[in-house]
Design a protein around this ligand. Structure first.
Ligand code: SF4
Ligand code: SF4
Length: 62
């Protein structure tokens, strides 16, 4: 399984990652992107590529 790693210091809560994820893995809670559906991540890297601040640093296997 995979999941994106969010650097909360860099996240501006714009929601682009959540909107662009085809699997509904991410959501913005309290102004910060959170992984809310970890098991659905397919490691497509879309969230990482779309984040405007580089807050998603990597998508890891775990
Ligand atoms: S890697 Fe793809 S499936 Fe996984 S959270 Fe990012 S956009 Fe969603
Ligand atoms: S796209 Fe980047 S800055 Fe925007 S909510 Fe997602 S992680 Fe945060």
């Amino acid at each position: 399984m995979s999941r994106p790693i969010v650097n909360e210091e860099e996240c501006i809560g714009c929601g682009i990652c959540a909107d662009s994820c085809p699997q509904g893995v991410l959501d913005v809670e309290d102004g910060v992107a959170k992984v809310v559906n970890k098991d659905a991540c397919i490691a497509c890297n879309t969230c990482l590529e779309e984040c405007p601040t580089g807050a998603i640093t990597e998508v890891i296997e775990d």
